[in-house]
Design a protein around this ligand. Sequence first.
Ligand code: CS2
Length: 500
Amino acid sequence: MQLNQQNLPSIAATLPCPSYDRSAMKTGIVHIGVGGFHRAHQAYYIHQLLEKHQASDWGICGIGLREGDRKMKEVLQAQDGLYTLITQHPDGKVNSEVIGAIKEYIFAIESPNAAIDKLAHPDTKIVSLTITEGGYNFNPSTGDFDFESPDIQYELQHPNQPKSVFGFLTAALKKRHDKGLSAFTILSCDNIQHNGNVARKMLLAFAQKQNPSLAKWIEKEVCFPNTMVDRITPVTNPSAIEYLQKNHSLQDKWSVVCEPFIQWVIEDNFSNGRPPLEKLDVQFVPDVTPYEKMKIRLLNAGHSVLGIPGAIHGHPTINACMEDEVFATFMRKFMDEEATPVLGKIEGVDLTIYKNSLEERFANPNIKDSVSRICSESSAKLPKFLIPTIQENLATGGSIKYGAFILATWSYYSDKGVDINNNPLEIIDARKAELHEFASKYEQDKLSFLSIADIFGNLLKNERFIKQYLKMLAHIYDKRDVRELMRLISQNHYLVRMKE
Ligand code: CS2
C-alpha cells in the first residue's frame, strides 16, 4: 500500500496514523531545509501537538531551495506530506508511526513566487531553518557575511529573484512590511552556537546591502530565538524502506529513522506567537547558551572525534566505533580532558550523566549512523564543534592532544581519500577539492593544511599546537595506523615520547 492521505484509514490498521484533521490545519510554520533531522525532530513535536493539543494553526509547509531538494519534493508531494518515523531502541524494540505535520511542500527552484507568497502569507508566524552549519554563509574565522558568491551578488541586484535563504527571507519580509503584516519569527535549528544570533547577523548584513530601510524594520520586528536541538537521525538506508514493506506492507519512499532520545531547548522570544510546545517536553529558557555549548562541544564534537579516525580505520558506523574499546576510550577522554574543562559549569546539568548518556546513544546498535554522514561537511562543522575547544585549551594551558590528533587525521583523510585497506572514502564536503589541494601538499609543506585560515584561524601560529600536530601527522603518514596512535595518546605514552 502506498503511503498517502487517501490510504491512511487502511494504514491505521497496522501503524499509528494522524488522527487530526489534516485538511483543517493551517501552516503557521514554514520550514526551510526539510531533511531527515527536521522530520525526526520539529515535525515530530508538532505532530504530537496536533494529536494531543488541538494546535491546528501550527501545521508545517516545507520549502526546498536547493537542487538537491528535488527528491524530497517528489516524495512529499506524492505522499501528501506523510512519512513514517521509525524509532530504533538500543534493545531492538522498534516504534513506527506515520507523521502528518507537514501539510505542503514548495520547491522554490521551480516555484520561487509560491515560496515567497507562502512566507509572506498572514498564516505564517514562524520560519524555521535547518540549512546546515555551512548554510549561514559566513566566514568561519571572521564571523562576517560572505558577499562573494555569485548567487548573493545576483540577488542583491535582483531582489525579486532570490536564490539563497537570505534572498527569500528578505523578499518575503519586504512583502509583509509593504502589506502591513506583522513579521515572522526566524527559528534556526542548526548546530551553531547562538544560532539565532548568527541568523540575525547574517540576514541583517544581507538586507542592509539590499534595502537599508527594510533592514531597520527587520532589526526591530523579527525575533531570532536561539535554540538547542537534538536527536540522532542517520541517513535513511534501503533497509528502513524494506522494513516497512515487509512488516506493514507499506510503501514509503523516504521514511526517517531515529533514536528514542529527543531534546529541544528554546529561548522564549517570538515575534508573532508560537505553538504551545511547553505542553510537550520542550524546555523554554531565558538563555540557551550553556545547553547549546554543551551539546555542540560534547555530542557533535564527540561524533567527529569518532567519525574521522573511524573512516580511516574502516569502521563504517558510529556504533562500530563505540564497540572498539580504543575508540570509545579516546572519545571519552577527549570529552573529559579537553571538552569539559573549557565548558564551565552548566546550571542544572550533571555533565557526567550527560556524557554517560552520550556514550549509550552513540553505542545504539540499531541506529547505524554512518561515519560518512558524520564526516560530511567537516569544513563547516569542525570550526564550530572542535576548533574552539582547542583554542580555549591553548589559552588556558589545557590539554590539546585529542583535538590535535583529530585535525591531523582530517588532514590525512583529505589528502589520501582512502581507508587503511585502500578502500575509497565517501567524502562529502562543499570544500572537498580545496581541502584535498592543501592536504596533499604535505610532503612539500607539512603545515599546508593548517594554512586554510578561515577554518583553522591562528592555530598555525601556535607553537605548542604545531609541535603535537606535526608529530601526530608524521606518525599517521609513517605508520598508517590511526587506531594504534589513539591507543598511545589515550595512555599518555605518546606525550611522554613527545617530551623527549
Ligand atoms: C552530527 C549531528 O552532523 C553531525 O556531525 O553530530 O547531525 C548530530 O547527530 C545531531 O546534531 C544530533 O542532534
